[in-house]
Design a protein around this ligand. Sequence first.
Ligand code: HEC
Ligand code: HEC
Ligand code: HEC
Ligand code: HEC
Ligand code: HEC
Ligand code: HEC
Ligand code: HEC
Ligand code: HEC
Ligand code: HEC
Ligand code: HEC
Length: 553
Amino acid sequence: MGRLTDPARALRAALLALALAGSCAKARPAVTGTRRCVTWKEEVGPLLADRCTGCHGGAKPAAGYDTASYLGTLGNGSDGVPNAVAGDESSLLLQTLAPAAANQTHQTAIGTSFPTVQSWVVDCALSYDTSSVHAAGILNPASPDFHGELVRANKYDFSLCAKCHGQDFTGGTSQVSCTSCHKDGPTACSTCHGDIASKGAHARHLGGGPLGKMYGCPECHKTPTTYTDPGHIFLADGSLDPPPAEVTLGAMAALTPAGATRAAAPSYDAGTSTCSNIYCHGAVLGDSAATNTNPSWKGAGQGQADCGTCHGLPPNNVNNNACAMCHPSVVDRDRTIIAADLHVNGKVDLGPADKGCAGCHGSMTTPAPPPDLSGQTAPTAPGVGAHQAHVQGKAHLGAPIACTECHRTPKEVGDPGHIGGHGPGADVYPAEVFPTDPTVGALAAADGAQPSFDGATGTCAGVYCHGGGAKLAGDTTANLDRAPVWTDATGLTCGAACHGAPPALAPHQPTMTRLDCAVCHRRTVDPFGNIIIAGAPGAETSFHMNGAIDVSM
Ligand code: HEC
Ligand code: HEC
Ligand code: HEC
Ligand code: HEC
Ligand code: HEC
Ligand code: HEC
Ligand code: HEC
Ligand code: HEC
Ligand code: HEC
Ligand code: HEC
């Protein structure tokens, strides 16, 4: 507490009241009746600049303590606690300099001037300047006499200050300009809210939170365009709007996307400082794995926006923690948010829209892997396997094989049977091969073949193309490989894989060679024993492996 005598305080109050009533004081009037106190401006500021600022100044002040300015000198050093507290004999500043306790450095620095500093802190309440108008604490934010408090106490009537500090606040008769510290003027938003983005839950929402989101004031408040707008600090009748600040939640908080369930309008309860039914906090997503969809504005603080609070990680109805498989534009494979603007934006983002199917798997050439869903590109990875040999006809065995031979194939990412989503029965990883579906496997199931794929061994069986079906079942050629391994990149050998060359089946003779096939299968094989593939790239056709035995001479 300040040690200023009550009469001194009363005198100043009387002078200010007088001034506010009309007669402006001139600049820095002489003080009569009381002993002039030690001030920052006249004694302490210059003293510290001379003795201390060499170490306690510049870009990296010693112990984080900056004596170059008044606020710095009052302020926090290494421990976050004010170093100079008005009237407090045990202020760290005094402890550090007191002759009995000071270390050599500080003894030398302060010399014989300790009493000056002590008097400034204890008797003069850290007085900024000699003033007949304002109290010692006019510039000390910790003081009840701080000028911000003065403005508040005067019901934000800036015309009172303007009387002496000028209509434009650049000095007036007082010759002290408000704009030297408040460059946009004292009534600008930044004067009263300049540091709002650095404090508490505001900091998390206005920028710098773990999710990297930056919301504007209108997301949560009716926002004034000038400070005098009704509902801001004044009510419509001009009287003061009592605290707390009004919270008026905006469009994002109120969002209810298709499929979501909203129990009630979004709200903020000032009594408990708790939000409820906020879209952003997952309250309408209906995810029972979410741990905190009703965060407290002033409460626990840390951890209220961790992964898993608004929706589970994974959400309760996904059995797959690899979010990037389906949400690759939002998270990477380590589940780090890579595009803050796409997260909590009111829309479920699946794959980068501009890349189409290739947003999640495959390339711009074909949606078939590589890369597969986990980013693998080697054919030895199960998600990659022999896709390119099939879909691009790279083995030169026939026309390219469409996705629909092996998979249910979506036209749009949201088509049923593709990735589904999270709901019960949603289709999930790994991809389904040869599902029971009339749209799948016309060729693979030709001639009564019963194609199947065993994910555990990565092996196909019963596929028409690989020698399945009634006709080829009669081919008794030894050691055929009719259950090829998806990731075996060595390829298949003519005559040793699907059927013999020729098949061990009439009317063929064991003496025939590949050069003879064209005699009876003219449209399928050329006279050199090569399979004939016609048509432009991407639209190739062939009589080989087309579901019919083509005999023509
Ligand atoms: C030669 C460099 C040097 C000078 C000159 C110096 N100091 Fe320091 N001061 C330090 C260092 C280093 C520390 C941190 C370690 C320590 O306490 O000695 C420190 C610590 C302090 C602290 C504690 C800060 C905290 O928050 O931990 C205060 C207060 C302080 N000094 C005030 C002063 C004042 C006032 C002066 C001038 C009268 C002054 N110092 C002059 C180097 C200096
Ligand atoms: C009666 C005239 C007068 C009125 C009214 C007045 N001031 Fe001042 N103010 C001064 C003078 C003169 C100074 C210069 C220091 C001194 O002599 O007190 C000053 C200084 C200040 C300082 C800076 C301290 C310094 O010395 O550099 C602040 C901040 C300040 N006034 C804020 C306000 C605010 C806010 C109001 C309105 C609530 C206000 N003043 C009303 C006369 C006035
Ligand atoms: C020497 C610098 C300085 C001068 C000159 C100054 N101010 Fe300030 N003012 C500050 C600081 C520092 C703060 C905010 C401290 C904080 O963050 O709480 C502040 C805060 C304020 C606030 C915000 C109060 C609140 O808590 O919301 C108002 C209003 C204000 N000043 C008005 C004025 C007016 C009017 C003048 C001129 C008469 C003036 N200031 C001159 C430094 C100054
Ligand atoms: C995500 C929602 C949200 C956003 C965005 C937001 N606020 Fe707030 N604000 C709140 C809540 C909640 C309170 C607490 C009300 C109470 O005291 O109960 C609050 C309180 C305040 C207060 C009262 C004092 C304080 O610091 O608590 C002020 C002033 C304020 N907000 C200004 C702003 C300004 C200016 C912006 C934009 C720069 C902003 N707010 C952005 C939610 C928000
Ligand atoms: C002179 C100081 C001052 C200035 C200038 C000022 N505000 Fe405020 N503002 C306040 C105070 C005080 C509150 C808290 C009112 C309450 O507790 O009800 C507030 C509250 C708010 C709020 C929270 C909602 C509400 O009305 O309670 C928002 C948003 C806000 N201010 C935005 C702004 C914007 C934008 C500007 C500039 C156009 C601005 N303020 C200028 C002092 C100021
Ligand atoms: C197999 C694809 C797939 C995977 C893997 C996946 N999601 Fe989704 N996600 C979707 C689809 C599709 C939707 C939209 C339709 C729906 O909700 O069913 C969706 C919607 C969401 C939603 C909106 C709420 C909801 O349930 O509709 C959130 C939140 C979400 N996903 C988070 C995640 C997180 C976190 C992960 C990883 C732990 C993840 N997802 C993994 C496909 C997937
Ligand atoms: C503050 C609440 C909140 C937190 C915390 C949160 N999320 Fe979300 N998340 C959502 C909401 C709401 C959606 C619904 C879709 C949307 O609006 O973007 C979502 C959607 C997602 C999606 C689906 C893709 C999308 O954005 O559409 C993924 C993936 C996801 N979150 C991952 C994470 C990860 C990883 C973390 C932790 C780093 C995390 N979330 C933390 C609220 C949150
Ligand atoms: C010859 C059959 C076949 C064809 C044709 C085929 N696939 Fe596949 N696909 C598979 C097999 C086998 C797997 C591996 C399943 C597993 O790992 O269990 C697979 C897996 C996938 C996967 C999942 C990859 C991963 O990371 O697990 C995607 C995506 C896929 N295929 C897309 C396509 C698309 C798109 C096409 C057409 C352009 C296509 N496939 C054509 C057989 C085929
Ligand atoms: C948001 C990411 C994403 C996009 C975009 C996407 N897919 Fe898929 N796709 C997947 C996932 C995940 C799987 C594996 C799903 C599963 O296990 O059933 C898959 C599997 C497939 C399969 C294998 C069959 C299946 O459903 O399991 C085919 C074929 C396929 N996708 C084709 C496409 C086509 C064609 C497009 C463009 C229209 C496309 N995909 C766009 C994520 C995506
Ligand atoms: C003398 C004529 C002739 C020659 C030469 C011939 N094929 Fe055939 N091939 C046939 C006839 C006829 C059928 C149809 C049998 C049927 O419909 O049951 C057939 C059917 C097939 C089939 C279907 C399976 C089956 O046995 O019915 C395959 C595979 C086949 N031939 C491969 C070959 C290959 C490889 C060669 C060259 C090494 C070849 N053929 C040479 C006449 C011939």
